[in-house]
Design a protein around this ligand. Structure first.
Ligand code: HGY
Ligand code: MN
Ligand code: MN
Length: 403
């Protein structure tokens, strides 16, 4: 499975993945998912928001246990973020069939679309639409860097954008959603464990800073006469690091767009995107407020205007305690290798399980990432740890959905 998913959307020079929503690479990943589902005799289904479901048993029965993740990536992302959860779900089903497990309720494996928001800027579009956290109007207004709107992109990929919307009936038939994901951090590497259980997801968001100055000639304009938006942008990036450190948060300016983007032209506009996260809402609010205040002061000092727009936000997710503890019980007792202790850990990374947590009980399993590096071609996980993850997921699914 891994080998025939691996080459899809990988860039030959960087070896990073460019599996962005509703592109050809995304279509190829979706074709892979459909083939895996059908080769196992599962009932393949596409929901109104373009999320893919592979069913064992009749979803109408209700009480389904669902597991899966996403297949899309950030620009030049790694191989594991998302795909490990989907591949492990199919592999865990294979393992359970090998054990002769008898399912007492429906099981579904899912691929949630556009989790990374790499193309349209909003994270978890597929699960947000399904969970009713994104209205049609908001979704229809999403636009990529080339001005293509989400509905146009969906249409070009052969999907009907008119169908999108909340799907409460579907979610009412789900008893629990479990997402296995490569850890995006080093907690398991430091604790020496192959698998962990998620406790919470930090509140996190994305804000766009638009610094508007005055385009002019780079060679003939006196320094005193400039209104250069690049300067307050640069000072704001340094302020973001300072304020995050003070608040014990994280803040990243990882994306910038400059107009007209000419070497010999003072920019008219510099757009910078801030990603900020913190263990609690108060620390996040303090960080972003301080960065915004600094940005306005710097902009004023350079005669530049600045506008701030919040493009994406996910409040803190405290995963369902009963389900979390049930996973710990199952893994603590069922896992054959007694040395597989399963620590419970928080994360700063967003996930579909976080979005769906407000609709159904959700939980996450993390697989050790030996360097913690993610959102990079260098992202890795050992085969042994990935197998331990599949076994743990199989144990959890057996404990929740089988006799
Ligand atoms: O940004 C995140 O935390 C996730 O990878 N979408
Ligand atoms: Mn990611
Ligand atoms: Mn992910």
């Amino acid at each position: 499975m891994w080998r025939n998913l691996h080459p899809i959307g990988r860039h030959p020079e960087t070896n990073g993945y460019r599996r962005h929503a509703w592109t050809e690479a995304d279509a190829d990943c979706r074709a892979w998912f459909k083939a895996q589902a059908e080769s196992r005799g599962l009932t393949y289904e596409l929901d109104r928001n373009g999320n893919q479901w592979a069913w064992l048993g009749d979803p109408e029965t209700g009480g389904a246990i669902v597991t899966g993740s996403h297949l899309d990536s950030v620009p030049d992302g790694g191989a594991f973020d998302g795909p490990l959860g989907v591949v492990s779900a199919f592999a865990a089903l294979d393992e359970l069939r090998g054990r002769g497990a008898e399912f007492t309720r429906p099981l579904a494996i899912t691929n949630f679309g556009d989790e990374e928001g790499a193309r349209f800027g909003l994270a978890c579009v597929g699960s947000r639409l399904t969970g009713g956290h994104l209205t049609r109007e908001q979704a229809f207004a999403l636009t990529d860097a080339d001005g293509v709107t989400l509905p146009r992109a969906m249409e070009r990929a052969g999907y009907d954008p008119e169908a999108i919307g909340p799907d409460p009936d579907r979610l009412s038939r789900v008893d629990a959603f479990i997402e296995l994901h490569v850890e995006q951090g080093r907690a398991l590497d430091l604790s020496g464990d192959a698998v962990g259980i998620a406790s919470a997801i930090w509140p996190h968001g994305r804000w766009r800073f638009d610094f508007r100055g005055e385009a002019n000639h780079a060679g003939t304009t006196r320094l005193a006469d400039r209104r250069d938006p690049m300067l307050p942008y640069a000072e704001t990036v340094l302020a973001a690091r300072r304020e995050a450190r003070l608040a014990g948060a994280v803040a990243t300016f990882g994306k910038i767009a400059v107009e007209p983007n000419g070497v010999n032209a003072i920019p008219s506009l510099v757009r910078g995107w801030l990603d900020s996260r913190a263990a609690d809402q108060d620390a996040l609010d303090r960080t972003v407020t301080a960065i915004e205040k600094a940005a306005r002061e710097y902009a004023d000092a350079h005669g530049v205007d600045v506008e701030l727009t919040r493009e994406s936000f996910t409040p803190v997710v405290d995963f369902d305690h009963a389900l979390r503890d049930e996973l710990a019980r199952i893994l603590g007792t069922k896992t054959p290798s007694a040395d597989l202790r399963v620590p419970v850990l928080g994360t700063g990374a967003g996930h579909d399980a976080g979005i769906l947590a407000s609709s159904v009980p959700t939980a996450m399993l993390f697989v050790r990432n030996p360097t913690g590096v993610s959102h990079s071609p260098a992202e890795s996980a050992s085969e042994d740890d990935c197998v331990a993850g599949v076994r743990a997921l199989a144990d959890v699914l057996e404990g929740l959905a089988c006799k």
